[in-house]
Design a protein around this ligand. Structure first.
Ligand code: PLP
Length: 494
C-alpha cells in the first residue's frame, strides 16, 4: 500500500484552514453556525458547522480541482484501481447521469437492462439516447429480477454493434453479480464502453470473498455509492474511470454541468476519510461483516417459513456471484407480504429494514452491526413465524407463485414520450395507451413503467396490488395514482 493512503489531504486541508480562525465574509451565511437556529446548531455541534465551507481558493474547487480535492481524488483513484476518480455530491444518481451523458447523444443507442434505477432512465430522457433493453433474468422463486447474462449481452451487441455504451448493474440491490469480466470482454471486442451502476458495491473492491468490482473486471466507468456501504455521508459517491474508450475531460465537464456550484465540503471530506478507512481497515471490517451475515443467514434458514438465499443459488448465468452481506429474506411462505413484515418489525421490535416488496424483505449487514442486533432480527422473525404457524402448516406443500410484472413494449423513445403532447386519463382505463410518466416502487426505484412504454393490463394489476398492500408506488404527477399522463391520441380526420 502506498503510504499516502494513510493521509486525508482534503479533510486535513479543511482542518488547517479552520485552525487559522479565518474571518469569513463569504457564504454560507450561518458563519460556522453563529447565524443559525440555536436548537439545530446545538444538536449538530460546532465541529460539523465549522466544516460547512464553500469553494474559496485555499479549499480548491470540485469543478476545476487542482489542490486538496485533486489530491484526494487521486488517492481515491489508486484505492479503487481506477485511472481517475471524480467525487460526486449528487449521489450515485449524478454519477450515473454523467456516465450516460458522456457516451451517448440524441438518437444514439445504449444497451441497458430494463430493471434499472430511475436515474438511468432520467439520463436517457436528458440525453435523447435510444435504449436497447436487455431483459434481466427473473427469479420465480424469490419474485425479484437479477442482472443480465453474458448470452443476452452477446445477442444485444451482435444486433446493435453501433451501441455507444453498455450499462450493467453490478451487484444488484440484492447483492447478485453476473460474470462482469466476460461481459466487459465481449463489449470491448466491439469497442463498446461498459458503464457500471455500482451503487451497491463500494465495498467489493476491498475483499477477495466479494464479487469482482467494476474496475477489477476492466469496466470503463463505475458510479459507486460510497455513502451506501462505504462509510461516507449520505449523497456522497464517486465516479471511477479507466481505459481509453472514454474521455476524462468530457466526463469532468459533464459532471460539472450536472453538479451544484455550492458543493458541500462535509460530503467531500467524508469521501476522503471513507477512502482512507476502506483502504486501511476495509478488509478486516469486511471479514467480520461477512462472518456475521453468514451466521445470521444460517440461523434465519432454520426458521419455518423463512428462506434467506446464499451461495447455493450460484450458476453460470445471471447469479454468477453474490455479496453475502445482503440478506434477502423471502417470507412468501408466511402468508403475508414483505410490506406487512416491514410494518410488523417496526411496530413490535423497532427494527427498520432496507426495503420490502410483495415477497421479501432486504436487510443489509455492515460493520455498523453487532451480533446483538442480528439476534434481535432472528428473534423477531422467529416470533412472526410462530404466529403464522397455522398458515405455514396448512400450506407447506404448496408452491407459492410470485408475480413479476411483464416488461412493457417501448413504442416511443423515452425523451419523445416525455416531451410529447399528453393527456391525463384514469389509471384504470389506461391499458393500451403510451405512458408519458415513470411509475415505480421506491425503494428500489426500478420503474414499472417508463415514458414511451405501452401500458398493459398486467402492469395495472401489478400497480394495483402494490398500492393495495401499501407499498410506496411513486412517479406520476398525480400522487394518488388515480390518473396517469399518457401520450395524447390524435383524432382521425374523417
Ligand atoms: C441500483 C441503484 N442505482 C443507483 C441508485 C442511486 O443512488 P443514489 O441514491 O446515491 O443517487 C440507487 C439508489 O438506491 C440504486 O439502488
Amino acid at each position: 500500500m502506498n503510504k499516502k493512503q494513510q493521509t486525508t489531504p482534503l479533510f486535513d486541508g479543511l482542518l488547517a484552514h479552520i485552525n487559522q480562525s479565518p474571518v469569513q465574509f463569504h457564504i454560507p451565511g450561518h458563519k460556522s453556525g453563529k447565524g443559525m437556529d440555536p436548537r439545530f446548531r446545538d444538536f449538530i455541534g460546532d465541529n460539523v458547522l465549522s466544516l460547512d465551507l464553500i469553494n474559496i481558493a485555499p479549499l480548491d474547487d470540485l469543478h476545476h480541482p487542482s489542490g486538496i480535492i485533486q489530491e484526494a481524488q487521486q488517492l481515491a483513484a489508486e484505492a479503487f484501481g481506477a485511472d481517475y476518480t471524480f467525487f460526486s455530491v449528487q449521489g450515485t444518481s449524478g454519477a450515473i447521469m454523467t456516465m450516460i451523458m458522456s457516451v451517448c447523444g440524441p438518437g444514439e443507442k445504449i444497451i441497458v437492462p430494463r430493471n434499472v434505477h430511475k436515474s438511468i432512465m432520467s439520463a436517457i430522457v436528458f440525453s435523447g439516447a435510444t435504449p436497447i433493453f436487455i431483459h434481466p433474468e427473473i427469479d420465480d422463486r424469490l419474485g425479484i429480477s437479477h442482472g443480465i447474462t453474458t448470452e443476452a449481452v452477446k445477442k444485444a451487441i451482435t444486433a446493435h454493434p453501433d451501441a455507444k455504451g453498455l450499462l450493467v448493474i453490478n451487484p444488484t440491490y440484492f447483492g447478485v453479480s453476473a460474470n462482469l469480466k466476460e461481459i466487459v470482454n465481449l463489449a470491448h471486442s466491439k469497442n463498446i464502453p461498459v458503464l457500471v451502476d455500482e451503487a451497491h458495491g463500494v465495498h467489493i473492491q476491498f475483499h477477495e470473498d466479494l464479487p469482482l468490482s467494476a474496475m477489477e473486471a476492466g469496466a470503463d466507468m463505475a458510479a459507486t455509492s460510497v455513502h451506501k456501504l462505504g462509510g461516507s455521508l449520505t449523497q456522497s459517491s464517486v465516479l471511477n474511470v479507466q481505459g481509453d474508450l472514454v474521455s476524462p475531460n468530457r466526463i469532468q465537464s459533464i459532471i460539472s454541468m450536472l453538479t451544484t456550484t455550492s458543493t458541500s465540503y462535509l460530503l467531500l471530506a467524508s469521501l476522503d476519510t471513507a477512502r482512507r478507512n476502506l483502504v486501511i481497515h476495509g478488509k478486516d471490517q469486511l471479514t467480520k461483516t461477512i462472518k456475521l451475515a453468514e451466521a445470521t443467514r444460517e440461523k434465519l434458514n432454520q426458521i419455518p417459513g423463512i428462506y434467506c438465499p446464499g451461495k447455493e443459488l450460484l450458476n453460470e448465468h445471471a447469479i454468477y456471484d453474490m455479496d453475502p452481506t445482503k440478506l434477502t429474506i423471502s417470507i412468501k411462505n408466511l402468508g403475508i407480504t414483505g410490506y406487512e413484515v416491514e410494518i410488523w418489525l417496526r411496530e413490535n421490535y423497532k427494527i427498520e429494514v432496507e426495503l420490502s416488496d410483495l415477497y421479501n424483505i432486504l436487510c443489509i449487514i455492515t460493520i455498523g452491526d453487532t451480533e446483538e442486533k442480528t439476534e434481535l432480527l432472528i428473534e423477531a422473525l422467529r416470533e412472526l413465524s410462530f404466529k403464522q404457524q397455522t398458515y405455514i402448516k396448512e400450506h407447506q406443500n404448496e408452491k407459492v407463485s410470485v408475480h413479476v410484472p411483464n416488461i412493457p413494449t417501448l413504442s416511443l423513445s423515452p425523451r419523445d414520450a416525455f416531451y410529447a403532447n399528453t393527456e391525463v386519463v384514469p389509471l384504470k382505463d389506461s391499458a393500451g395507451k403510451i405512458s408519458a410518466e415513470f411509475v415505480m416502487v421506491y425503494p428500489p426505484g426500478i420503474p414499472i413503467l417508463i415514458p414511451g412504454e405501452i401500458i398493459d393490463e398486467d402492469n395495472l394489476r401489478y400497480i394495483a396490488k402494490n398500492i393495495e398492500v401499501g407499498l410506496p408506488v411513486q412517479g406520476p404527477e398525480d400522487q394518488t395514482l388515480k390518473t396517469i399522463r399518457v401520450i395524447q391520441e390524435r383524432k382521425a380526420i374523417i
